[in-house]
Design a protein around this ligand. Structure first.
Ligand code: GAP
Length: 513
């Protein structure tokens, strides 16, 4: 596969071809930045959600889950700051009439500078071979350092101007960098304006009695308004956490890059309630803990990096992203935010209800501080899926398309294939499916030559193919083929479940977290 754009196109078409992701209401030509998950997509998505939930809720004694409603009292969003401050800075190109997020235009410009760094690294790695030390090269090569300094300088200035709401400077930056409209090449820009991202709707049957509501733009507020309910009924002691997964909605302006930025998406969020003054240590601890969770999936250490925020959201006193190397470059996958007492204190103010915790050790009540971890489920899906999709050159000069999903997340853990459709082999294969399906998802496939069936399962990401052949009739063994290595081994039918279970058990994957 040639360049990043081609790889990304291939990711999108593969996701459709193999029943992972479809455009929403495709028969009506789709709806921009809204997607549906197909028969395999929903399985992968559920598995990612479960992998997160188990690591968060089941493995931490002091974290519990909730499921709050999407609709919330409208004052919630006044208190949370979203009505006043949940804005994107927009800029229009006067010639193409296209609207862009001003910060994204600048970030895309920076990404081009960073791509130059990647190019230098690739060139040097080729030149020095085994002796190449990436870290040393990055910290000493003058050309790379120049690019780095330039990129950092731009991001710093952008962060500062956004923080000060100095939109005139954001426009000035775009002009100074010579950024042109990606569509028309024109540099004829309007001023930068703020635009609120929340979707509004109405509750009530008559126009007079209807109440203006918002579709929640983050799941976090459902946790904050339930903080005391959970603390009291669960007799929780600080520090403790509340986790939630669920849909969130944002009227994104730059809705592109497939499921990376959607208008309807799902978040997996955890709010950790802590003693004021301890936020720095919990911030560091959760950064490390979350990175370990990502690394446990084995998708390559080099594909992750932290990015500390210059521009802080309206609620945070420190924030970092875990960025992942998507086919279009390093981008935010998860946010870790030190939210102080911003949310709870504001909900106290707007609701006139006390949202305090009595700390028996301190013998006093206080509004807890909050450390948040927030990851987009769809974005995690894209990270996993795009990283897994590979085109491999095989020894016999052919290629295969293989989706090397972490086995723990794969939609089907195994496919059972009778070698031929006769001699009683389908019956044995069906019986195996009937036994195995109580433990994990298993597919059955008897159509086409076995080699083609292997390729089909490779492309859909099934970690194991189990072939029932004539030898099975004699000794009750089957061939187990491993997706990634394509190695085959002979295994007794009675032992197949154990082999697969060991490879796909969440416990095995999460052990080190
Ligand atoms: N409660 C904090 C919060 O919502 P955020 O950084 O705005 O913080 C958290 O969002 C995560 O949600 C992001 O890191 C990203 O993974 C995901 N996310 C945000 N907007 C998204 C969108 N439009 N489409 C898909 N995922 C999105």
């Amino acid at each position: 596969m040639a360049n990043q754009e081609d790889i990304f196109k291939k990711v999108i078409s593969h996701a459709k071809e193999y029943g992972y992701i479809f455009q929403s209401s495709e028969i009506y030509d789709g709806l921009s930045a809204v997607y549906d998950y197909g028969q395999n997509g929903i399985e992968l998505k559920n598995n990612i959600r479960e992998y997160w939930w188990r690591a968060m809720v089941q493995l931490n004694d002091n974290i519990v889950g909730i499921d709050a409603a999407i609709f919330m009292h409208p004052t919630t969003w006044k208190a949370s700051g979203h009505v006043d401050a949940f804005n994107d800075p927009l800029i229009d190109n006067k010639d193409s009439k296209k609207r862009y997020r001003a910060d994204v235009l600048v970030e895309d410009h920076v990404a081009k500078i960073e791509a130059k760094i990647d190019k230098e690294v690739a060139k040097a790695a080729k030149r020095f071979g085994d002796a190449f030390n990436r870290q040393e090269f990055l910290s000493t090569n003058t050309r790379v350092l120049g690019y780095r300094q330039k990129a950092d300088g731009i991001l710093k200035r952008l962060g500062k101007s956004l923080e000060k709401e100095d939109l005139a400077d954001v426009k000035a930056l775009i002009e100074e960098l010579g950024i042109a409209c990606p569509l028309s090449g024109s540099k004829n820009w309007t001023d930068v304006k703020q635009f609120n991202l929340m979707f509004g709707t109405k509750l009530g049957s008559t126009a007079e009695s209807a109440m203006d509501l918002y579709l929640r733009p983050e799941t976090a507020q459902g946790i904050f308004v339930n903080f005391l309910n959970v603390q009291k009924t669960g007799r929780m002691k600080i520090p403790f956490g509340i986790a939630q997964t669920g849909k969130a909605f944002r009227n994104e302006i730059v809705a592109r890059q497939f499921i990376f930025r959607m208008r309807e998406f799902e978040q997996m969020e955890m709010q950790y309630f802590i003693k004021p003054g301890t936020q720095k240590e919990w911030y560091e601890a959760w950064k490390e803990k979350r990175m370990k969770w990502h690394l446990s999936l084995g998708m390559g250490e080099d594909n992750y990096r932290f990015h500390d925020h210059e521009k802080l959201a309206h609620y945070a006193d420190a924030a970092a992203d875990i960025e992942f190397k998507f086919p279009f470059g390093f981008k935010e996958l998860e946010g870790i935010h030190s939210r102080t007492d911003f949310d709870l204190a504001n909900h106290e103010k707007y609701s006139s209800k006390k949202l305090q915790y009595f700390d028996p050790e301190e013998n006093k009540s206080y509004v807890p501080y909050v450390l948040e971890t927030s990851i987009g489920l769809d974005r995690m899906f894209l990270a996993v899926f795009s990283n897994a999709l590979q085109e491999e050159q095989l020894a016999n000069n052919t290629t295969r398309t293989v989706l090397k999903l972490p086995a723990v997340l794969a939609p089907n853990k195994a496919a059972v294939l009778p070698l031929v459709k006769k001699d009683g082999l389908p019956k044995i294969a069906q019986k195996m499916v009937d036994d195995l399906k109580w433990h994990f998802n298993v597919a059955y496939d008897e159509k086409d030559a076995v080699g083609r069936r292997y390729r089909r399962q490779d492309a859909v990401g099934t970690p194991f193919c189990i072939t029932v052949d004539h030898q099975t009739l004699e000794d009750e063994t089957v061939t187990v083929r491993h997706r990634d290595s394509m190695q085959q081994e002979r295994v007794a039918i009675a032992e197949v479940k154990g082999v697969i279970e060991k490879a796909v058990a969440i416990k095995e994957w999460l052990k080190g977290v």
